[in-house]
Design a protein around this ligand. Structure first.
Ligand code: 1GP
Length: 252
């Protein structure tokens, strides 16, 4: 029988053990061309990013495979898919976050997409990383909220976030990902991060609306083990800022 965790997840956990927390940059194939994303990926690699996430909520352009193939040709970083639905499955990636939207009550995103995706992943040999995805109020309606027809966890309710993450752990999921959504006005509150990190044994991942290294460092100090930024890197395309984020996440 195969181990339930694959090599990419195990390497991520080893990296966390070595550097304290892992810094991921999200590249969205809908928002940028493959060439632009390769440019950002190279910038990320030079700036000390640990893992590239590729994905988003829509895949309107259907460029996930093409983008990942182009990145893998040029950049030596693990590429993990951050899927919005089964259409994001791409054999060129190293792994895929096998996300269950556990903060919602929409069966399609709790298990439906997964039933379609699982046989494809097995056939192409793509590592699934079982991940609980929990949307947290970030001050604006997010694409995930709209597309999934689910409501986010209220910002002021750490107890609800804790119960969701613990249920996810007991279901066997390996990462508790709290996301305020891309471009959120406010990131996931540190109170939620510290409450959950002190309560569950699986690593806490945080993204959405993180715009400066100081905020990233504060969220790591609150207990997050994985930090993801997308929008700020995409907008600024600033290698120095990427390096500052990586240093802040690793040094927090
Ligand atoms: C979105 O957490 C990611 O799902 C990244 O968010 O684009 O706001 O950095 P930002």
């Amino acid at each position: 029988m195969e181990s339930v965790t694959g090599p990419v997840y195990r390497r991520m956990i080893e990296t966390i053990g070595r550097v304290g927390a892992l810094y991921m940059v999200l590249l969205d194939p809908d928002r940028l061309t493959p060439d632009e994303n390769v440019h950002l990926a190279a910038l990320a690699a030079a700036g000390g990013v640990d893992v590239l996430l590729v994905g988003g909520s829509l895949s309107l352009e259907g460029r996930c495979s093409e983008t990942i193939a182009a990145i893998k040709r040029e950049v030596d970083l693990p590429v993990v898919i951050f899927p919005g639905n089964v259409g994001f499955v791409a054999p060129e990636a190293d792994a895929i976050l096998f996300l269950s939207l556990v903060s919602g009550r929409n069966p399609q995103f709790l298990i439906g997409e997964h039933v379609q995706a699982a046989p494809r992943l097995k056939r192409i040999g793509l590592e699934p990383i079982p991940t609980a995805y929990m949307l947290v109020e970030g001050g604006a309606t997010t694409s995930v909220e709209f597309m999934s027809g689910t409501r986010p966890i209220p910002r002021t309710k750490p107890d609800i976030a804790m119960a969701h993450a613990l249920a996810a752990q007991y279901l066997g999921l390996r990462i508790a990902f709290f996301d305020a959504g891309s471009g959120a006005k406010a990131p996931v509150p540190e109170e939620i991060v510290s409450a959950v990190a002190g309560y569950v044994d699986i690593p806490v991942m945080v993204g959405g609306g993180i715009r400066d290294p100081e905020t990233a460092a504060r969220i790591v100090r609150a207990g997050a083990k994985l930090i993801v930024t997308g929008d700020v890197v995409e907008r600024t395309r600033d290698g120095g800022l990427v390096r500052a984020f990586a240093d802040a996440v690793h040094g927090a």
